[in-house]
Design a binder for this molecule. Structure first.
Ligand code: ZLS
Ligand code: CA
Ligand code: ZN
Length: 386
């Protein structure tokens, strides 16, 4: 058995839009939306779809997206295609305007390229997060999942870090219509800057991000004291942190957050780039270390929204989100991938869900640096502006 959550059942609903599987950021880009389809195929192979309600929903509308983004940015995204972008005529796809909003032509060396069906993609992944939030608001579900969401860097008026539309901000706004206080937790290896920024003026939303920090690691924000007097907390980590040390920060810090903030709902961004062996992240978590965050927050028994995010070694991402779907349900699943006969992706994992790495990043965290961060984080929590 592999999942590490408790076995108490929850009503889980799950959103998956097959329309996302063909989205392509361009040749050589590290963000591969197809990994969500791979995760879905594993979820199906393990028979987990039978234990969840499947959400079918409409893509988010322009009006819904304009609630959390500037109207002219949304209109621009709507009209932006590789074709309109190439027309350097001062119009909708003008290159200079593109630079302003953080997108650039699809030449294979930019974070936010303009690709085919970009607008449709944005509407679909945000529609999923919105629908998932609504399933929690209505009380129909205890846990709602959208692995294609979690695009935490998108800002009001510009794209950033592979993210165009901030589905998390959209979902949290929806939750705020019903819940007094919403907690946002972000275990993606990158700082959840877009979400933190969107709610920095609100004491009804607390944002907490754990992330790699230092040495110019993107987006360079999120130091421990950065958000001191605001309703947010940052936990900066050095390369190579492993399961035990991560857990030694996550559990005491989140237990205290629960105590002081008393949320009525929780949103967890489960970016899988904090896993060992990621192409971008340099942390050293195993599937179990990552899933422990899900099972720990689940144990508080509050309405829980699970979202995806980063994750650039795509077979690891699929394993991670499948395992966490099982944790959400409260079901133990075997390490042997069922019906693996044709899935060559898992050949290098020996058709096992859990993978092991031969070489991982050296641990640049020390017992003292970890202890220091824990102390500082807990101290920041005692002076939180509520
Ligand atoms: O959190 O570090 C940067 C910015 C740059 C360096 C890279 N160049 C292309 C642009 C300028 C300073 N960007 C980061 C963004 C990381 C976004 C993480 C998103 C999330 O996981 C949530 C979904 C970055 N790190 C690595 C890359 N970009 C990167 C590496 C390799 C490539 C290929 C595709 C594209 C261009 C070549 C790319 C980006
Ligand atoms: Ca993070
Ligand atoms: Zn990331």
């Amino acid at each position: 058995s592999s999942s590490c959550g408790d076995d108490k059942k929850r009503r889980v609903c799950y959103y998956y839009d097959p329309g996302i599987s063909t989205v392509d950021y361009g040749e050589g880009h590290v963000m591969v939306p197809h990994r969500v389809t791979m995760a879905h195929n594993l979820v199906a192979a393990y028979g987990l779809l039978r234990d969840m309600r499947r959400l079918r929903t409409a893509p988010a509308t322009e009006a819904e997206l304009a609630e959390v983004h500037d109207g002219d940015y949304v209109a621009l995204l709507r009209d932006l295609t590789p074709d309109t972008y190439r027309r350097d005529d001062g119009g909708i796809g003008d290159r200079a305007r593109g630079r302003e909003i953080g997108v650039a032509g699809n030449n294979g060396c930019v974070d936010n390229p303009v690709f085919d069906h970009l607008w449709d993609y944005c509407r679909r992944y945000s529609g999923g997060s919105l629908a998932a939030a609504r399933a929690l608001v209505s009380g129909d579900s205890d846990i709602a999942i959208n692995w294609s969401g979690g695009m935490h860097h998108a800002c009001r008026g510009n794209a950033k870090g592979f993210c165009y539309v901030n589905d998390i901000v959209l979902a949290i706004r929806e939750l705020l219509g019903h819940f007094r206080r919403v907690l946002y937790v972000d275990i993606d290896v990158h700082h959840g800057d877009g979400v933190e920024q969107a709610f920095e003026a609100s004491n009804r939303v607390m944002t907490v991000s754990f992330h790699q920090y230092g040495g110019g690691f993107f987006p360079k924000s999120g130091n421990i004291n950065d958000a001191g007097d605001k309703c947010s907390l940052n936990v900066p980590l050095r390369q190579g942190i492993g399961d035990e040390e991560y857990r030694g920060l996550f559990e005491p810090i989140m237990a205290r957050v629960m105590e002081v903030f008393q949320p009525e709902a929780v949103v967890l961004q489960c970016g899988a780039d904090s896993l060992s062996g990621d192409r971008l992240g340099e942390l050293n978590l195993t599937l179990n270390g990552h899933a422990n965050c899900v099972s720990f927050l689940r144990s508080f028994n509050l309405p829980l929204l699970l979202l995806g995010g980063g994750g650039y070694t795509i077979n690891h991402v699929a394993s991670c989100w499948c395992n966490e779907t099982a944790v959400a349900i409260g079901k133990q699943i075997p390490d042997d991938i069922p019906k693996h006969g044709t899935d060559l992706f898992y050949l290098n994992q020996n058709y096992k869900l859990h993978y092991t790495l031969s070489n991982s990043h050296n641990n640049h965290n020390t017992a003292k640096s970890i202890d220091d961060i824990r102390q500082k984080a807990l101290k920041n929590l005692s002076t939180l502006k509520l």
